[in-house]
Design a protein around this ligand. Structure first.
Ligand SMILES: N[C@@H](CCC(=O)N[C@@H](CS)C(=O)NCC(=O)O)C(=O)O
Length: 145
């Protein structure tokens, strides 16, 4: 484990965006402290005080000058790979690829829906919405790719 004991990840179980950051942490072999905001009200309070809201994941970076807080899973992953990756690229789940893929497939399906017969247009639109939701709200779905 790389020494990263000045880093804390504010998160909770079942949060897909938190797991995306954890996938990056695990891929990089970092020893980051985890702050489960649902099991410890103090962590939730610290988060709200620092960020003004309770959205996770948030990475706290402590230094002699104070604490810096980074929100947005993609920004946290980018930061971790830039600092500790040594040129390594994020794994699929830790990257932005699930969202990009979901959005690209959804847009393609929307375009296709313009050219399909009326009776299957609705299904094409439902599929577009479903794929977009899976990419943007449930990145875990893409783990098997
Ligand atoms: N775009 C954000 C999404 C973060 C997000 O939606 N987090 C959810 C949990 S998975 C959350 O904290 N919701 C509660 C809230 O916003 O107060 C990211 O990628 O980090």
């Amino acid at each position: 484990m790389d020494n990263a004991d000045h880093l804390s990840l504010y998160r909770f179980d079942g949060c897909p965006w938190c797991d995306r950051v954890r996938a990056a942490i695990s891929d990089l072999g970092l020893d980051v402290k985890e702050r489960d905001i649902r099991s410890h009200s103090q962590y939730a309070q610290d988060l709200r005080t620092a960020m003004g809201k309770g959205t996770v994941p948030v990475l706290r970076i402590d230094s002699a000058e104070g604490s810096e807080w980074i929100s947005e899973s993609a920004d946290i992953v980018r930061y971790l790979y830039a600092q500790y990756g040594g040129g390594k690229k994020p794994a699929f789940l830790a990257s932005n690829q699930p969202q990009r893929l979901g959005t690209i497939i959804a847009i393609s399906l929307l375009v296709i829906s313009l050219f399909v017969p009326d009776e299957i247009r609705l299904w094409t639109l439902v599929a577009a919405a479903g794929v977009w939701l899976l990419g943007n709200r449930a990145p875990h779905f893409w783990k098997w790719l």
